[in-house]
Design a binder for this molecule. Structure first.
Ligand SMILES: NC(=O)C1=CN([C@@H]2O[C@H](COP(=O)(O)OP(=O)(O)OC[C@H]3O[C@@H](n4cnc5c(N)ncnc54)[C@H](O)[C@@H]3O)[C@@H](O)[C@H]2O)C=CC1
Ligand SMILES: CC(C)CC(=O)C(=O)O
Length: 363
């Protein structure tokens, strides 16, 4: 990948490589756009096949955060960290402290939180070195693990998508195929089971599947069978790029609504869902509950306020479907339009001169 060409084409601001010999930290921090405010996005730890894959993932996820935060109405830009390593075997306290020091060095341009492979404990370690971290567990005004709140947002957004597809937002007796029953999806399954939905689940982790079968009477299927289930809704809650040339022809559902980031392999796959009449709840809108929750820490965490905002994902999803119909565009494009228009409006407002300590008339 030609890095600067890629950054130019996608409007990135900054890419930081962090290395610490003692702890073995190898991390990439990508900052996409800070028009709305400091970049907020989680730190993912993953075993990447190559360093280039890690950089590409950080860049793609950071851009997703710009759109997510903008569409969620947050005054925050988009960024992401990826740590190269196996979260089961390669973690040590100093690694997260070292990352915290690199984040501190960015002086507030980037704020981190949990993502796949990282936990509250890891955020607490980062917090020993910097205040530019959210989702921490210790102390007043902190919000902890964002996953359960992300699940609440997915549940509300899925109901909005059901309203669009079926004319009624009830999920009672709906059959929902859930891919991945990890942190977010397990709580999502609790909400769905509670409402009377029938669950089909898959996961590469057999223990996770068994837990869902026992707790919710879910039907377990093999990982490659999840796409072709006779279901009403498909909830991708594991990986990105699962809506692609191979999976789309297998889908029998009327709705795609789940937590995974970057669900569409390419934009054209969003067009295909639209042409097939499948209602797609754009990933970065429906899964914004976690970031809405941790962002509340930045103004002194108030759980009731944060959850109320997360429940607002229902209305945001309906608004996106309305834009999609009004403008005759697929829902993923409608979400982009909502986010881009907000960034453009705020950016224009903030372009007028304000004196600061570095300006020519600061004295
Ligand atoms: N945790 C959060 O608050 C947020 C999570 N997300 C996204 O939601 C997704 C799930 O996140 P978490 O639940 O936190 O992660 P997690 O790691 O707890 O759960 C993911 C689950 O997917 C399973 N999995 C992996 N590959 C699979 C495959 N090929 N087929 C079936 N299952 C597979 C894993 O075994 C695991 O149980 C991720 O894509 C994440 O980026 C997005 C926004 C916020
Ligand atoms: C706090 C995290 C849940 C934010 C994030 O990185 C995401 O939404 O993907």
């Amino acid at each position: 990948m030609e890095l600067f060409t890629y950054m130019e084409d996608h409007d990135y601001e900054q890419l930081v490589l962090c290395y610490d010999k003692t702890s073995g930290l190898k991390a990439v921090i990508a900052i996409h756009d800070t028009t709305l405010g400091p970049a907020l996005g989680g730190a993912r730890m993953w075993t990447y096949a190559s360093e280039e894959d890690a950089i590409e993932d950080a860049l793609r996820l950071a851009k997703g955060m710009t759109y997510k935060n903008a569409a969620a109405g947050l005054n925050l830009g988009g960024g992401k960290t990826v740590i190269i390593g196996d979260p089961k075997t390669d973690k040590n306290d100093e690694l997260f402290r070292a990352l915290g020091r690199y984040i501190e060095g960015l002086n507030g341009r980037y704020i981190t939180a949990e993502d796949v492979g990282t936990t509250e404990y890891d955020m607490d370690l980062i917090h020993l070195e910097t205040n530019f971290v959210t989702g921490i567990s210790s102390g007043e005004g902190t919000s902890g693990n964002p996953s359960p709140v992300t699940a609440l947002g997915i549940y509300k957004g899925m109901k909005a998508a059901a309203k669009e597809a079926f004319g009624d937002d009830s999920l009672k007796d709906k059959t929902i195929a859930v891919q991945g029953v990890g942190n977010v999806a397990y709580t999502l399954c609790e909400y769905l089971h509670e409402e009377g939905a029938k669950l089909i689940v898959t996961d590469i982790n057999k223990a996770a599947v068994q837990r869902a079968v026992e707790a919710f009477g879910a039907t377990a299927v093999e990982t490659d069978e999840i796409y072709s289930q006779e279901a009403d809704i498909f909830a991708p809650c594991a990986l990105g790029a699962v809506i692609n040339d191979e999976t789309i022809p297998q889908l029998k559902v009327k709705v795609v609504a789940g937590s995974a980031n970057n669900q569409l392999k390419e934009p054209e796959h969003g067009n295909r869902l639209h042409e097939m009449g499948i209602v797609y709840a754009p990933d970065y809108v429906i899964n914004s509950g976690g970031v809405i929750n941790v962002a509340d820490e930045l103004i002194g965490y108030n759980e009731a306020r944060a959850l109320k905002r997360v429940e607002g994902i229902y209305d945001t999803i309906l608004k996106i479907f309305a834009i999609s119909k009004r403008d005759g565009i697929p829902s993923y494009q409608a979400a982009d339009r909502l986010a881009e228009e907000r960034i453009a409006r705020v950016g224009a407002t903030r372009s007028t001169f304000l004196r600061n300590e570095k300006s020519i008339i600061s004295k």
